[in-house]
Design a protein around this ligand. Structure first.
Ligand code: DGL
Length: 266
């Protein structure tokens, strides 16, 4: 039988563990597709690096994924998307899908109250995010909270318990929760902290991330470009990590299971 390009896997990457939350949703929404994941934990967090560094790291990761044979790449990282998506799209001739903080759906949910954007310093500071706020005309209604320590929490597998709770509390210390209608998780790592955030805020605030939106976007692209792998009833996933520590691979599978178990795919 001829080699069929549609049978190639989809590459997914992040600075580390965060993109695993996206990977889980991709796998659930597209059970026919195979995936290759690369977490660059050795270089995490990206959110405190320069744009140039993030671009170079992202190119290295994409080169690796392409060497494995992938038909498309999901940048499961808001930070790498802000810094590198344009360059990656120019460089590679396969679909490159990026992420964006889910501000648009948050506007509907916030019901005229303010929106908190919890993300990395780079994502909040880059042009891409500023342009998004401008386009939606909500620059004055956004409270930006850069939260790099939360990335490290997740990289260390701290997604439950007192330490993570304290850290989240610190970030919301000076925020008047009465004013807030929605919280946008603009970093894929933070999806793992959703329960803690809900718990800490103990308030009727909607929390939204861009994972499912990204998964649906990829599905559409595959469909419109006739790239769907149709007859695969044995979905495979391979996980790589730049840290040579076997524990990071173990943690990746544990976090993946955590997402797969959630019943969030309609
Ligand atoms: N998970 C990444 C994001 O969505 C970034 C985390 C980091 O700073 O490395 O932005």
């Amino acid at each position: 039988m001829d080699f069929n390009k549609n049978e190639l896997s989809i590459g997914v990457f992040d600075s580390g563990m965060g993109g695993i939350s996206v990977l889980g949703d991709l796998m659930k929404l597209m059970p026919n597709e195979n995936f290759i994941y690369y977490g660059d934990s050795n270089n995490a967090p990206y959110g405190l690096k320069s744009v140039e560094e993030i671009v170079n790291l992202s190119i290295n990761v994409c080169d690796f994924l392409i060497s494995k044979g992938v038909k498309g790449i999901v940048i499961a990282c808001n930070t790498a998307t802000s810094a590198a998506v344009k360059i990656l799209r120019k460089k590679y001739n396969i679909p490159i899908i990026g992420m964006e903080p889910a501000v648009k759906p948050a506007i509907r949910m916030a019901k005229n109250k303010k929106i908190v954007a919890l993300a990395t310093p780079i994502t909040l500071k880059e042009k891409k995010f500023k342009n998004l706020l401008k386009k939606l005309n909500i620059e004055d209604d956004i409270i930006k909270i850069p939260a790099p320590e939360l990335v490290c929490m997740v990289e260390n597998g701290n997604i439950q318990g007192e330490k993570a709770k304290e850290q989240v509390e610190n970030y919301f210390n000076n925020i008047n929760l009465e004013e807030i209608g929605a919280i946008v998780l603009g970093c894929t790592h933070f999806v793992f902290l959703k329960d803690i955030i809900k718990n800490v805020l103990g308030y009727n605030i909607k929390i939204i991330d861009g994972n499912l939106g990204t998964a649906k976007h990829l599905k559409n692209i595959l469909k419109n470009s006739n790239m769907i792998y149709k007859n695969n009833d044995n979905q495979r996933v391979e996980i790589y990590n730049s840290s040579n520590n076997e524990k990071m691979i173990e943690l990746s599978y544990k976090l993946l299971e955590f997402i797969i178990k959630q019943d969030n795919i309609a």
